[in-house]
Design a protein around this ligand. Sequence first.
Ligand code: ATP
Length: 335
Amino acid sequence: MSTSKTKDKYQIAVIPGDGIGKEVMDATILILDELDIDFDYVYGEAGDECGKKTGTPLPEKTLNIIRNADACLFGAAGETAADVIVKIRQEMKMYANLRPIKSYPNTNALFDDVDFMIVRENTEGLYIADKEELTEDGAIAKRVITKKAEERIIDYAFNYAKENNKSKVTAVHKANVLKKSDGLFRQIFYDVAEKYPDIEAEDFYVDATAMYLITQPQKFEVIVTTNLFGDILSDEGAGLVGGLGLIPSANIGEDGALFEPVHGSAPDIAGEGKANPIAMMLSAIMMLRYLNENEAAEKFEAAILKVLNDGETLTGDLGGSSSTIEVAEAIKNNL
Ligand code: ATP
C-alpha cells in the first residue's frame, strides 16, 4: 500500500460515527496533531445517531466530504454499519480490505511473533445483498467471482508483498468443494503469481488455514482471499493477537481510501472513556503510510510500542485501568 502522493497539506475526512468511535477518534487526532504534518480535517456525520438526526445514516454531504478528501478516517457505526461502511466501500470502489495481524507486547497475543497481512476482496463473493433472495423453499445467496475483481485483488496482494519485502503470498479458498468459483480463484492466483517470480506462491483451504492461524501463524506473510473468508479469518486473527482493541484496517480503492478500526461502536463501554484507542491509531498509521508519510508513521508506531512495552498505561481490555485519553497522553509523551 503506497502512493507517490506527498503533499504540503492533506484534506482528511473524519467520520467519528457512533459509540466509542468518537472517543478513539479524539484520542487519535490528539497524536496526529503532534506530527508536524499539515492536516485539514473535514468532519462528517454517519451512523445510528446521524440516522436519527437527519433521517439517513449516510448523508450525501458526508459522501462528498469523503470524495473530496485525500483519505478518510472512520471511527465506528453501530446498528447501521452495513448501510454506512458497505455503501461507502461501494461508492468509492474500495476493492481491497487490508487487515494487518501483528502481535504487540503486553497484550493478550497468543504468540509474540505474529506479523502478517490479510488482503480481502471487498466487492463481490457472498457479500452482495442483491444476490440474496427468498425462495418458496427458503433462501438462496449467490457467490459471485469475476476474473477482473479477483485478478485485481491478487495482483494487489503480490504488489503489497513486493513493496513490503515479504517473500510469500498465500491464497485461501475452498476449491475442493467450490470447484468452479474457487477453482477459478485458485487458477487466477497462480496466473498472476507468474508475474512475480521472486515471491513464493502457495494456497491452502480455508478450513486448514483457520487451524494454522492458531497452531502455526508464523507461516503466513500475506494472505489473499475472497470476501467472506477474509472477514472471518481476520476476526480470528484479531483473537490471535489480543483482541479487537488492537486491529486496524484499510479500505483502498480507485477513488479513495478509508482507514478504520476493525471493532464496532462497542455500546457496552461507550461513553465511559474505557475504549482502547490503539486500533484507531494503528489505522491512522496505515493512512500515514498510504500518504507516503513513512517517517511520521514510524514515529507514531514507535510511541505506541513504547507505551505497550512499559505496560503501565493500558486500557481495561489489555488488563490495565487507564482511560482512553490517558493512553493517548502517554503515547503523545513518547513521540
Ligand atoms: P457493533 O454493533 O457496533 O459492532 P459490538 O459491541 O457488537 O458493536 P464491537 O464494538 O466490535 O461489537 O465490540 C465487541 C466487544 O469488544 C465489546 O464487548 C467491546 O466492549 C469490546 N471492544 C471492542 N472494541 C474495543 C476497544 N477499542 N477497546 C476495548 N474494548 C473493545
